[in-house]
Ligand binder design. Sequence first.
Ligand code: HEM
Length: 179
Amino acid sequence: MKGIVFTEFLELVEEKFGLEMVDNIITSSTLESEGIYTAVGTYSFSEMLQLLTHLSENTGISIDNLLLVYAEHFFSVIENSYPGLLATYKDPIEMISSIENHIHVEVRKIYPDAELPTFEVVEKTENSLIMIYTSSRAMHHFGLGLMNKTFAHFNSTATIDLQKIKEDGTEVRFVIHKN
Ligand code: HEM
C-alpha cells in the first residue's frame, strides 16, 4: 500500500481525534515501518489494517465507517493532486465506470507498485451502473466513499447499494443509481 494512503490517514486521525490517538494506535500496533511513512514509499497493508483496527477499538466506530469517512477525505487529496485526470470527465457514471480501464491505469503509471482493486462493469446505462469490486483488501467502503464524493464533485447525488458476494468483502457488487 502506498505511503500517501498512510500519511493522509494519520493526518485525518490527528485532525479528528488528536495527536494522542495517532500515538496510541501506532504504539499498540506491530509496524515494520515503526509508524514512519513517506508519501512515495510502499508499506504492508497489514499495517493499515492494524491502525484501523485499533482506531475502531478506541472510537467504537466500525472499520467500514472509518474507511468511508477516510475515502471522503482522500477524494479531496485526489482533486488537489490529479486535477487533470478528473478534468477528463463530465459525468460521475462515466468516471466511475472508467476506474479499471483508465483511472487506475494512470495511477499504476505513477505508482508501479500500487495495490489496486478490480472493478468490472456488469451493466451501464446513462443513469445507472452495476460493478463488481474485487480485492483481497476488502476496502469496499473506501470505494463507496470515493464514489459518493465523485457524485458530489459533479454536483450530483446517487443511491449506492453494496451487496457482498463473498462474506469477507473481497468481492462486492455495487448497484448505483443517479438521483
Ligand atoms: C486505491 C488513486 C479514483 C477506488 C487507490 C490508491 C491510489 C488511488 C493511489 C492506493 C493504492 C495503494 O495503496 O497501493 C486514485 C486516483 C483516482 C482514484 C488518483 C482518481 C483520479 C478511484 C475511484 C474509486 C477508487 C473513483 C471508486 C470506486 C479505489 C479503492 C482502492 C483504491 C477501493 C483501495 C484498494 C483496494 O480496494 O484494493 N486509488 N483512485 N479509486 N482506489 Fe483509487
